[in-house]
Every structure is written in C-alpha cells, then in structure tokens.
Design a protein around this ligand. Sequence first.
Ligand SMILES: Cc1ncc(COP(=O)(O)O)c(C=O)c1O
Length: 368
Amino acid sequence: MTNYKNVEALREFDTPLLVVDLDDVEENIDRMMKRFLRFSNVAVRPHQKTAKSPAFARMILERGAKGICVAKLSEAEVFVRDGIDDILITTEIAGELKLARLMALLKHAPNLKIVVDNRMVVNELQKAIQAAGYRGTLIILIDYNVGQDRTGVETEEDVLSLAKSISECSFLELIGIQGYEGHLQHLDSSTREARCRQAMEKLVSAANALRGNGFDISVVTTGGTGTAEICASVDGITEVQPGSFIFMDVAYRNATAGAYRNALKLVSTVISKPSKNRAVIDAGTKSLSIDMGNAEPCERPDWTYRPAGDEHGVLESATGEIDLVVGDRVALWPSHIDTTVALHDYFHVVRDNAFIGAWPIAARGKVQ
Ligand SMILES: Cc1ncc(COP(=O)(O)O)c(C=O)c1O
C-alpha cells in the first residue's frame, strides 16, 4: 500500500517519520515571494517558528526574504549560531534570566530586534544593556494588540506613552510597531478579509500617530499565512511574517484553498489490524499534534484518523474495509504544522523518488 510518493526512497527509515517534499517547499516559497513582489513597499520576514530549521530559513532568504522572525530567544540563538542575524523575536522577553540571555545574544547579533509591551521591561532592558557594557543600541518594536487579545499594548495612547519611555532610554532604538492578528488566520475568507482590514487600520493608525509625535517609524510588521496578502495590500504596512505557508497543514489547506501545497506529511506503519474496518498505526499524540483537530490520511478521503493514545493512532473507513495489512505504511497530513514539527528531531527531505537527506529540526525543543 503506497498512498504517498517517495515510498521506496524512505524504506530504510523507521516510522513515524516526517517527510518533506523539496519540490513542494520550493514551489511554496516561490509562490509566497511572488505574491508579495506586487507590493513594492512590503518586505517579507517569514516566521521560523514553523520549520525551526536554518536550512529552510536559508532557502527563503536566498529567494529574497529580508530577514526572519522567531518566537523565542532560544530559537534565535540557533539561527544566530548558523550566521543569520536579521531576526525579529516576536514574543515578549521578560525576567532576569531572559534578559541576561538576550544580552549574551546581542553581542553576536547586533541586528536582532525584539518587541516590547511593558514600561518596566523597557527600563530593565536599558539597565541590562548598560550593565553588560554593550556599545550599540537594541532595536525595539512596540507590540500592539490589534484584536487577538494576547500580548501588545491596548490603545494608541498606550503606544505613544510606551514610545516616550523607550525614547528616554539611550540604549534602545525604536524603529517600528508589530500587531499580529493570529485570531483571524483560519476564518472564512470574506470575514477574514473584513476583520483583517479593520485590524490593519488600527495598526497603521498607531504607526502614523507615532510619526505625528516625532518618532521615526520605518517598520509596521504583521500577518500570517492566512492574512499576509490582505495586510500587504493595506497602505502603511511595511512587512509581513507568514510562517506555515512553507509546509502547510490541514487547517490552512481548508482555510486558504490551494494557495500553497501541502509539503510535509507524517509516514507511519500499520502495527495492528484488529478488524476489517480498523488499522492501528504507530503514530499517536507524540507524533501528530491535535490542538487543531486530527491529521488526515493523504489521498484517502474515505478514511479517518484518530489518535488512540500517545503512541497509537486508529484508521477507520466510513465506507467499509481498510485495505491495509500489518507492516504497510500510511502517510498523513498533520492538522497543525508548527506543533507537529516540534515533536520531531528530523525532516526526511525528498525530491521525486530520491532521498536528499535527514535535516535536523535544529530549534526543536527551543521554547525558552
Ligand atoms: C507573531 C506571529 N507572526 C507570524 C506568525 C506566522 O503565522 P502562520 O504560521 O500562521 O503563517 C505567527 C504564528 O503564530 C506569530 O505568532
């Protein structure tokens, strides 16, 4: 049973196995870059919280991306070690340990950018840089809540007041504002577009208010795979941060209908066949994340997959028999790519029927 390409090339590797098709990845990067070329004032800074791999980040940078985003300091450390230095960390940094880690990293990556949404952290950053004897300035963006109700200051007044605090810190350089609308990524397309435009209006208005108050704001950054194109079409947005487009998943395939190819699948083995209509595979919640629903068997819409514990998964057929025997291999599309990739050590990279290599997921486990 071979319901996926590249099967022969992967026979020597045991499962569960993440398999990435390089043709599909290249096509996705090309499609993404082409989409944003239309917007001459918008740079692309793809988020690397998805692939967690300098090898894939380099492919994107070589195709014209301005820089990258990461979610966490420990992820940034991996990419800096690999020689990539134009990095925006999109999650707030707080607490003594993280600040110390940031100071150590800054010495190797003076182009590093971080987001802040808190005056106390601004003051602590200033003191930490002074204490570290760092000679440059730390590049700062204000994180603004454009509706996700996660991080970010709440009002335009708060943005201006935080900007004033930053401007009083000689070691901090305010260059921009970030407003991420993660809550809109998977909505139906017309609702997504309408609500994204509202969110972008809020973001651009705050950027303009900053400029009106004398702040030199050159970066207005936002957008994920589901919204980046809408964001880019709004006057005043200067940068987009899509991440999942590189591999895609079931949730994004359903939301963005054909925008990108599903380039990553999980290959599993049938380890038990207790009945005609049920096959048990070696992939449960330790191999496939379930925070956005269940994975889907590739090319078998008549089958369903459900996790049956940490190590097991069950395939069932709505229409009758599952025509698999023990030892067969089955491929599945993950429902949510970021949280699935983070469970594995390697991508098994293929092109046509050739195995290219096992590429480490170098920032796997880097959640600090
Ligand atoms: C701040 C920020 N920007 C961009 C992204 C990329 O979004 P996606 O992977 O949905 O394209 C994320 C994802 O969580 C994010 O948190």
